[in-house]
Structures are given as C-alpha cells and as structure tokens.
Ligand binder design. Structure first.
Ligand SMILES: [Zn+2]
Length: 202
C-alpha cells in the first residue's frame, strides 16, 4: 500500500462548476495523466474532472484529484516537481486560492503556500528519492550501484529474495543469501531474465 498525494484549493471567490471543469481540462493539458479527466459513460454517468467543487460555503472548496504518490520528508516517493507545478498553476489560475497538500494517510491537509513549497523543493534538491525505502521494513544498508555510486533501493521481494533498483541507470538486481544477480534491462522482477552475477561497488 502506498500513500497517495492529496491537494485541495480554497477560495473566497465564486466559481461555477462549469468554470472549474474548464480549468480542470486546462490543468490536465498542462500536467497530463497525474490530473485525470474521465468522460461520462454508462458505468460512471457523471464523469469526473481533476478539479471538482466539494463545498461552496463558507468558502469554495475544490478537490484536486491526483493519481500519483505523495512526496514529503519520510516518504520521498511521488513526483514532487509535478506536485509543485500543479500548486503553482492553481495559484495563478484560481483567484484568491489557498492550496493545501498531504498524503491520503493524513487526517488534515496542511497549507501548501510558496514558503512551504520552497522548503520542500530545497529538500528535494538535496535528497531526491534517495531516502525512500517504502517497501523495506528493515533499515539495512543496500550496496551502491557500480556505475552511479548511489545506494540501490529496496523495491520489494519475497521468499528470501530482495529486489534492488538503481534510481540513476535503472540497474535491477535480485539479492538472495548475499549473492547478487543482475537482470536484463526492462526485465520483470517477477519473471527475471538474469544476465549473470553482479558485484557491488566497494
Ligand atoms: Zn546506477
């Protein structure tokens, strides 16, 4: 189970549902499928936009429907550059907008104004996704990639095997009992096409 990103806009200004849906189409145009729009069909008669009004008093509250993981300190996973871009876009396109942001594990979303976003951007520039160890319960240290010198990431496994991945070059390794096997590029961890034994960078 991952933590999904949530975002919300509040404003004192009046916007009709039609106007908000128009903005949603433009938001999707700028950021792609992270901000999704679903046309009405027989299964989903109302359809859905990436911006939907969920309350209109005392303030207008607009949910931003995102299909991506959250990024924050302690969960360095989601596409932060897009999330910052979306927040900035919303401020520029919705008059009087206050932005709130969090993960779907949080009860309350937190204010996500430009100061908070600058701090998170600073954090992202120094750490990126390196600290994310979402699948690993143990805090063991993984070996470094022999090509990029960055630590490989634990991205799952089972049955005594650990799947390791390099965020730089995309190297995929399966570790079992201290032995490392390298997978062919684009090979699936669950249907591994093994190239041969791999030696970590000392
Ligand atoms: Zn690498």
């Amino acid at each position: 189970m991952g933590v999904d990103a949530l975002m919300r806009v509040e404003t004192d200004k009046l916007y009709t549902p039609k106007k908000v849906r128009k903005l949603a189409a433009r938001l999707h145009d700028c950021f792609g499928d992270v901000c999704w729009v679903t046309r009405p069909d027989k299964y989903y008669p109302e359809g859905s936009h990436c911006l939907e009004i969920v309350a209109d008093r005392p303030k207008l509250v607009i949910d931003v429907n995102l299909s991506c993981r959250y990024y924050g300190e302690g969960y360095e996973r989601g596409p932060l550059v897009k999330l910052l871009g979306i927040a900035s876009w919303l401020e520029r396109n919705i008059r009087g907008a206050s932005i709130f942001y969090g993960g779907d594990c949080d009860l309350d979303l937190q204010p996500f104004g430009s100061d908070v976003r600058d701090d998170l951007w600073e954090y992202y520039c120094s750490r990126g996704h390196e600290d994310y160890r979402g699948y690993s319960l143990s805090k063991r240290t993984e070996p470094n990639c022999d090509f990029c010198s960055v630590q490989l990431r634990d991205c799952g496994g089972g049955g005594g095997k650990t799947f390791l991945y390099c965020g730089g070059c995309g190297l995929k390794i399966i570790e079992e009992s201290g032995a490392y096997s390298e997978l062919r590029k684009y090979s699936d961890f669950f249907k591994p096409d093994i190239v041969g034994e791999w030696k970590p960078l000392d």
